[in-house]
Design a protein around this ligand. Structure first.
Ligand code: PLP
Length: 453
């Protein structure tokens, strides 16, 4: 039975009757009815009402190569026929995770050579948390187990990933977070800088918040600092250039491991394979997912640096951790081909050398002067638009987020899928966008803002 046998109304009724959605107010959803996305091609998604929508979010920041690459469907089908499942537990493995791990290691920064697979970014962050704490136990320093994270960070939705994250609404519902995780300010210049403070000064102040937290906890008790190189779901917050070098210095000074969450920024989004490369950060672990398969299959990869890996391998014995679907052969086959496509088609070079800057300058030119726009910022294929009530005072709409939500609704009505997080509008398009797609996006964003005023 295929969905074509059902009308939109029938699907919406069954959806409301039985399907609990992620991050959704179900009462609101049931009144409105879900938009049912039925198919997609290249940069466009299509819904059951026949709308063609330019997907400026690449799904959930993940469809890096765009939709409809038959090659990935073929590779998945071949692998399913050959070997749909076998695990990498108990001294076994299958070929595709081996090839993919080797490929990821070849693309990752030089000191990162080991890969642990899961099915989601949340799982990968759970693994990372367990691994870094285990590392310090193996090093004979079990008291070194506090993790410093940041306000508004998003590291996933499992209990451990929510605890690592800094979203207050999520913590309120957690009712018992994983202990020994502390949060400090995020380097959000537009929202948090003081009068007259330069970007450089602000970046150093935000880094100092990390140092202060380490000193307050006692460096002998701090295992690691975790952060997204550019905070994604928290509002595409791009740190000033002074921030990451100072964080690196602080982590080295106090022997605190540096955990990067590149679930969004990995696999090309910032114009390099990893933001660690575009922002020159030397990490001990890098969490990746999303763009690893461009969302065609669920797969995550925790990339582990040599220091942590050496201790795990040489002193570790068995690490009691793993998922049934760790190193899933079909997901890994798709991941491998996806990375080959990104490489073969030169997608990252194009973002770095051509379309990334064009995207930012086009959006700025289209809406930078609009009275509702406080700031447009971006790096590579990540864009944030700050929505304000008043440009000069940077005052926001009431209730919080109302301005951005209105713009988001007008964006969808203008056939461009964007996301509102708090008072910020986000774009994270597929890497395949051409100048024509960018021009189309700029026009539609402009129309959305005009509608929302
Ligand atoms: N880390 C970051 C930075 C993310 O943006 C996300 C998801 O959006 C996650 C982790 C969690 O990934 P997943 O939803 O695959 O569990």
């Amino acid at each position: 039975m295929t969905f074509q046998n059902f009308s939109t109304e029938q699907l919406q009724k069954m959806d409301a009757g039985h399907h609990l959605h992620p991050f959704t107010d179900h009462k609101e959803l049931r009144d409105a009815g879900s938009r049912i996305v039925t198919h997609a091609k290249g940069p466009f998604i299509y819904d059951s009402e026949g709308n063609e929508i330019l997907d400026a979010m690449a799904g959930l920041w993940c469809v890096n190569i765009g939709y409809g690459y038959d090659e990935l469907a073929d590779v998945a089908a071949e692998q399913m026929r050959e070997l749909p499942y076998y695990n990498s537990f108990f001294k076994c493995t299958t070929p595709t995770p081996v090839l993919l791990a080797e490929k990821i290691a070849s693309l990752a920064p030089d000191n990162m050579n080991q890969v642990f697979f899961g099915s989601s970014g949340s799982e990968a962050n759970d693994t990372a948390l367990r691994l870094v704490r285990h590392f310090w136990v193996l090093e004979g320093k079990p008291e070194k187990n506090i993790i410093i994270s940041r306000d508004n960070a998003y590291h996933g939705s499992t209990v451990a990933a929510t605890s690592l994250g800094g979203m207050s609404a999520m913590h309120e519902q957690l009712n018992g977070a994983v202990p020994n995780i502390k949060h400090v300010m995020c380097p959000y210049y537009y929202g948090l800088a003081e009068e007259g403070e330069t970007e450089e000064e602000f970046g150093l102040r935000a880094a100092k918040a990390v140092e202060d937290a380490i000193v307050e906890a006692g460096p002998e008790n701090v295992a690691a600092f975790i952060a997204e190189p550019i905070q994604g779901a928290g509002g595409v917050k791009i740190p000033p250039a002074s921030y990451w070098p100072e964080i690196q210095r602080i982590c080295e000074k106090y022997d605190v491991l540096l955990m990067l969450d590149e679930v969004i920024t990995g696999y090309g989004r910032t114009g390099e394979w990893f933001a660690a490369q575009s922002m020159n950060i030397k990490a001990d672990t890098i969490t990746t997912a999303k763009g690893l398969t461009s969302g065609y299959m669920p797969l995550s990869a925790l990339i582990v640096g040599d220091r942590v890996a050496k201790t795990l391998v040489e002193k570790g014995g068995e690490f009691y951790h793993g998922y049934t679907y760790s190193a899933h052969p079909v997901a890994c086959a798709v991941g491998l081909r996806n990375l080959e496509i990104i490489e073969r088609e030169g997608m990252i070079d194009r973002v770095r050398n051509e379309t990334g800057d064009y995207l930012l300058s086009s959006i700025e030119a289209a809406i930078g002067d609009h009275p509702l726009v406080g700031e447009v910022r971006g790096k590579g294929f990540l864009i944030a638009i700050e929505i304000v009530k008043d440009k000069a005072s940077k005052s926001r709409h009431e209730p919080s987020g109302a301005g951005a939500t209105a713009v988001r609704d007008h964006a969808i009505a203008n056939n461009i899928m964007m996301r509102a997080v708090g008072d910020t509008m986000i774009m994270s398009p597929p890497l395949i966008w051409t100048r024509e797609h960018i021009d189309m996006a700029a026009e539609r964003v402009k129309a959305a803002l005009a509608g929302a005023l």
